[in-house]
Ligand binder design. Structure first.
Ligand code: KG4
Ligand code: ZN
Length: 341
């Protein structure tokens, strides 16, 4: 099956061509620079930029895959959750392509797609579901932090999520307090490599809470007060590195310990992780260590597949079509608030 997938839920315009579990091409055009000026994603600008970029990105995905549009057997797009006007661009374009080609169309939940991105690897990227096993999956991005029990392919249950800020948001907002540009996550990761993670002690919110929920707004507030009380610290590069390492250590400890605990409690032997924050080196290191210690298999999404991309949308869409899930009607609407259950 040859499938075209489109992802425009936030600030990445992405198109991929998938064939039989292989990612023939996956193009991502990021709008980060555009939004950096405003310190965060501006929804209306994101939608306009998707409108500008979608056709060129689709053309280059098709041409890289060596596929003409007439060779497609199916079309998929992110249906939600996401920014409404941004979602509309990719979703309606995908429906139009399916309508013109008279081929099946399927809308995909963005978070459900994240659950399967750790199973895509290699060069060229291939989804390896032969090794699939029940797992606890951590999805950790700028908008979401959640733990999901994936019992089998296409069967999952959300265990917990953030009750306020997402982990990526915590990286970005604490970075802003330090004067770092948006998105601060990757920069904090870099600076933290030269810092001491035990230099400053920040809270580990909900670490010992029985639930699988997360909360990061208290950590952000404590960083705010810390900087207010030690303003000179920001003029000392080493101290900024120590601050980055200490904040990162608090976020990573909560993510890793809660993920491992959920995996143990649910009796799975495999842990997976995806979403933009999964690019973080300390998180990758600490999850790897913890999984080795506890005897869990670990699958981390490759860095290019951690952030938003159409390849994961296409891989999940293909599995759904092969499993004969009921197809929605072609005039289905986007679901901006679609909550993964
Ligand atoms: O998945 P993503 O591209 O978009 C959504 O939010 O859906 O994730 C972006 C988030 C941002 O908050 C960014 O700061 C964070 O992922 N991020 C990182 C790193 N790379 C991206 N956070 C910490 N360390 C990183 N290396
Ligand atoms: Zn995402």
């Amino acid at each position: 099956m040859t499938l075209l997938a489109i992802e425009t839920s936030c600030d990445e315009t992405s198109v991929a061509v998938i064939r039989d579990g292989a990612v023939l091409s996956g193009i991502v055009s990021s709008q980060i620079k555009l939004h950096a000026e405003y310190g965060g994603v501006v929804p209306e600008l994101a939608a306009r930029e998707h409108l500008r970029n979608l056709i060129p990105v689709a053309q280059s995905a098709l041409s890289k895959a060596g596929i003409s549009i007439g060779q497609l057997d199916a079309v998929a797009a992110t249906q939600g959750p996401g920014l409404p006007n941004a979602l509309l661009v990719g979703f309606k374009a995908a429906q139009a392509v399916a309508f013109v080609l008279n081929k099946p169309f399927i809308g995909v939940n963005h978070h459900e797609a994240h659950l399967y991105s750790p199973w895509i690897s290699g060069e060229p990227p291939l989804a390896d579901f032969s090794k699939f096993q029940p797992n606890v999956s951590l999805i950790v991005s700028g908008g979401h932090t959640m733990l999901v029990l994936v019992e089998s392919e296409l069967k999952h249950r959300v265990l917990g999520g953030t009750i306020d800020d997402a982990a990526g948001e915590c990286f970005d907002k604490t970075g802003k307090l330090m004067g770092l540009p948006y998105p601060a996550g990757p920069l904090i990761d870099q600076l933290a490599e030269q810092g001491n993670p035990t230099a400053y002690d920040f809270p580990r919110p909900l670490l010992h809470d029985a639930s699988d929920d997360f909360s990061f707004s208290g950590l952000k507030t404590s960083v705010r007060y810390f900087i207010r009380d030690h303003p000179a610290l920001l003029d000392d590069r080493q101290k900024v590195c120590d601050l980055c390492a200490s904040v990162q250590a608090a976020i990573v400890e909560v993510l890793v310990k809660k993920t491992i605990r959920a995996a143990k409690r649910n009796g799975v032997r495999c842990v997976t992780a995806s979403g933009g924050v999964t690019c973080n080196r300390a998180l990758r290191r600490e999850l790897t260590r913890a999984c080795e210690r506890e005897g869990f298999a670990l699958r981390l999404a490759e860095k290019s597949l951690c952030t938003d991309n159409a390849a994961m949308i296409g891989i999940l869409a293909e599995r759904k079509l092969l499993a004969n899930v009921p197809l929605p009607s072609l005039d289905e609407d986007i679901k901006p608030g679609w909550v993964l259950a």
